[in-house]
Design a binder for this molecule. Structure first.
Ligand SMILES: NC(=O)c1ccc[n+]([C@@H]2O[C@H](COP(=O)([O-])OP(=O)(O)OC[C@H]3O[C@@H](n4cnc5c(N)ncnc54)[C@H](O)[C@@H]3O)[C@@H](O)[C@H]2O)c1
Length: 271
């Protein structure tokens, strides 16, 4: 652990959702390393217990909360748990998300609803139940994980792309609504990040190589690089930033779209 004075989230209470894996786990660890007391939430209880054990091993403070972010009852309980466990709430990181591939023709109605519930309804519910707790502390932050897929339409990804675009504009609306309550609301748009689902997608070395080349920095990102952005947006270092979609993608979205015109694969899988 670093010494208190240099920690970005010293004395804060934070909830990180999707904390059982990937970006969420890396963020829960980093939030705790920056001095926050962390409620690590995930639908998979055993995975989030592992995250809490990792934080405690490093001398951090955390509590596990099994919760489905698409359920209002669970999200309300998750916020109450943070307040009961640590005395309040300063930062919510709505990171849990899911993906179901498909075009409008191939994707089932059930999968459309699932993606919208886990990716978008979750942010609405998070704000709904966290805002009163943040107001009680005199303000705070909400950060969500959107995606570069919310900035442009990916092939065979109607629900995911639409859901992440919705997260970006929901972020703006929440920021405008709650600015006068001293609540800042931002989201992060990652490019391809090396987490378990992406690792599975890139298990073919040739596809991984193409994905790496698609990012001008020549590699895919690490979960810790998104965690760093989430910490910054949750800290006073970003005190005049609200309503923004911060792109953390190794330059992926900076390129001319002409480059991939004839290629129907999702941007992050193109050569
Ligand atoms: N990895 C990438 O390349 C990438 C790129 C852009 C955006 N994202 C977004 O980043 C976020 C994290 O993704 P990741 O790559 O770390 O994936 P991951 O699968 O490693 O982690 C996601 C976690 O969310 C949890 N989760 C899923 N549904 C949930 C629910 N209903 N309630 C609570 N928890 C739930 C899962 O159990 C899992 O632990 C997602 O919102 C994803 O869309 C990822």
């Amino acid at each position: 652990m670093r010494d208190d004075a240099r920690m970005l989230l010293s004395g804060k209470v934070a909830i990180v959702t999707g904390a059982g894996s990937g970006i969420g786990r890396a963020s829960a660890l980093r939030f705790a390393a920056e001095g926050a007391s962390v409620v690590a939430a995930d639908i998979r209880g055993p995975k989030v217990d592992e995250t809490v054990a990792l934080i405690e091993r490093d001398g951090g403070v955390a509590a596990a909360c099994q919760a489905d972010v698409a359920s209002g009852t669970d999200v309300e309980r998750m916020v109450a748990f943070a307040v009961e466990s640590f005395g309040g709430l300063d930062a919510l990181f709505c990171n849990a998300g899911t993906i179901r591939p498909g075009t409008a023709v191939t994707l089932s109605e059930k999968d459309w609803d699932l993606v919208m519930a886990v990716n978008v309804r979750s942010v609405f519910l998070g704000a709904k139940y966290a805002v009163p707790a943040l107001v009680a502390r005199g303000g705070g932050t909400i950060v969500s994980t959107a995606s570069v897929s919310g900035l442009a339409g990916d092939a065979s990804s109607v629900a995911y792309s639409a859901s992440k675009a919705a997260v970006i504009n929901l972020t703006r609306s929440l920021a405008v609504d709650h600015a006068r309550q001293n609540i800042r609301v931002n989201c992060i748009c990652p490019g391809a990040i090396d987490t378990p689902p992406v690792g599975r997608m890139l298990s073919d070395p040739e596809i991984r190589r193409r994905s790496e080349r698609a990012h001008p920095l020549g590699r895919i990102g690490q979960p810790e690089e998104i965690a760093a952005a989430a910490v910054w947006l949750s800290s006073s270092e970003s005190s005049f930033v609200t309503g923004q979609a911060i792109v953390v993608d190794g330059g992926l979205s900076a390129q001319s779209h002409l480059q991939g015109m004839a290629d129907p694969r999702p941007t992050h899988l193109r050569a």
